[in-house]
Design a protein around this ligand. Sequence first.
Ligand code: C5P
Length: 211
Amino acid sequence: MKILITAGPTREFIDPVRFISNPSTGRLGYTLADKAKNLGYSVTLISGPTYLEPPKKVKFIPVLSALEMFSSVQKEFPSNDALIMSAAVSDWRLKKKYPEKLKEKSAWNLKLVPNPDILKSIAKIKKENKIIVGFALESSHILKNGWKKLQEKNMDMIIANDVSYFGEGNKNSKIFILFPDKTIEDCTGFTKEKLSSIILKKIENIFKEKK
Ligand code: C5P
């Protein structure tokens, strides 16, 4: 199986030295990539900036912005069997990026425009034998929002979790894996290692079913 994994945050630059981002560590995506490689799969990891070492023997594609991640995913997806979209993609970018460092000291407003939804656009070109896995990070109504996104983005499974799982997570972090046949797997409190193993096992099963 060939697996494409995205990880980490994206950076949306305001000027050459400032950007909008989020505290994603990339740890789940990197753990998935490492485990998938150890299972013998061919792995491509597209990653926003993190402090992590890319796993060895993985095709590593570093990106900065959501638009860069979007074009890399579009390029790599057709040659892969599965996409795991674990990156925390910025939903917005600056309408205008300033070419020089801003000097104004007074208050000012930033104009943001929405980034393309990578999963949604990939879902549109998805062939039946491909597997798409996404995440839903929610402040509330985890399950309701998770089911909605699973359907909207034509996914084979979604991992819906509460915001406490961002970063390191804790034993009370709510995590559910939702499937299109309406089954739910409760993974509350799982470490990123344990969750990664389960996600890969599920993907392996879906891959066998689709073959
Ligand atoms: O809608 P929401 O941002 O919660 O969806 C989360 C899922 O969608 C994640 O798997 C994330 O990687 C993906 N995503 C995306 N493109 C975006 C924003 C999120 O593919 N612009």
